[in-house]
Design a protein around this ligand. Structure first.
Ligand code: KDO
Length: 330
């Protein structure tokens, strides 16, 4: 109590111009994410987003799902309990089924394709729906990377060539229907588990494997408790940097433009770093003793695409949208 009083007395003693720049005077943008502080998206937010908005807002990230559990962030923003999140198409699909189109394997071809799709007018009605129904504004698209199968068994014990080889394999997938279906479409036996529990799940054998891009496998140290990576590249995975629409609308036009630029700069910086890491980390992981190999990609692609197209998810995809997305591939 005393220190708070002392602080406000000290603040009152400052000339007005200094007082207005005190952090306490600026709106605080709290971001909740399961990502660690060393994840490239987090690094990019700290290096590009935070300084880009520092004149008019304070960025307050909460890493490792310490503020909100994975998958509960969108609802928290919708209820006015959180300002920002790094969300996914799979999480949005819980509320707006059309987003499941981006959860289908082998739809996005690469990082550049994701950017083209996000900025194309085909996304406008989807972005609008997210704003109208959830009060969430999707600022920019972030690159997570190509998801690969990362298993406890050695290649000698289990060589994965086609989806049939994953029969009975307990594969951790994040906990939404669209994610679980992707696990099934890969031929595995998917189980839901929060990102922060994967390491222990692999260590204890509660799960046989997990899927994530190589930079995540390294950042979360999954290589310590797994023996192989099968390079299925089944999902060129994205995240959206999301902000409460109400919070965004509270800024002046000039501040909104600066915030948008800071978000785009962070996404681009993170994308380039993540792409570099994806290339470099193959050697690092081999050095750590993991076996890394490619399966029959065509067999995986055909199986995953067929299952999605025949699923109830595809029924929710707007007419012609898949063709438009495919046409944007470089
Ligand atoms: C995961 O839970 O496997 C996942 O990769 C899903 C992503 O959408 C994203 O939420 C990510 O975890 C977290 O940011 C942790 O990297």
């Amino acid at each position: 109590r005393r220190s708070v009083l002392a602080m406000s007395a000290a603040a009152a003693a400052l000339p007005l111009i200094s007082r207005t720049v005190l952090a306490a005077d600026k709106p605080v943008l709290r971001l909740s994410t399961p990502a660690s502080d060393t994840d490239q998206r987090s690094v990019a937010l700290m290096e590009k987003f935070a300084p880009g908005i520092a004149d008019f807002a304070t960025f307050e990230p909460h890493w490792n799902a310490t503020l909100f559990k994975q998958g509960t962030e969108l609802e928290a923003i919708a209820r006015g309990n959180l300002e920002m999140a790094i969300t996914s198409a799979q999480e949005l699909a819980v509320f707006l089924p059309e987003f499941s189109i981006f959860s289908a394997g082998y739809v996005h071809k690469d990082a550049a394709h994701q950017v083209k799709v996000f900025n194309d007018p085909l996304m406008d009605p989807l972005k609008q729906k997210v704003e109208d129904e959830l009060g969430v504004k999707l600022l920019t698209v972030m690159y997570l990377g190509r998801r690969q199968l990362n298993l406890r068994k050695s290649k000698d014990e289990l060589t994965v060539t086609t989806p049939a080889d994953l029969k009975g394999v307990t594969l951790r997938m994040p906990g939404t229907d669209a994610w679980q279906f992707l696990g099934k479409a890969l031929g595995a036996n998917p189980v839901p588990m929060a990102f922060t529990e994967i390491y222990t799940g692999l260590q204890t054998g509660a799960i046989d494997g997990q899927d994530n891009p190589l930079p995540t496998v390294v950042d979360a140290k999954f290589y310590e408790v797994t023996k192989q990576i099968c390079m299925t590249s089944h999902l060129v995975d994205l995240n959206y940097l999301a902000i409460s629409k109400k919070t965004f609308d509270g800024f002046s036009e000039e501040q909104q433009a600066a915030l948008q630029k800071a978000a785009d700069d962070a996404a681009e910086f993170g994308r380039q770093n993540q792409l570099k890491k994806e290339d470099e980390l193959v050697a690092f992981l081999k050095e750590k003793g993991l076996e890394i190999y490619e399966p029959d990609i065509a067999a995986f692609r055909d199986h995953v695409q067929k299952m999605f197209l025949e699923s109830e998810f595809a029924a929710a995809w707007p007419d012609g949208m898949l063709d438009k997305i495919n046409a944007l591939a470089g």
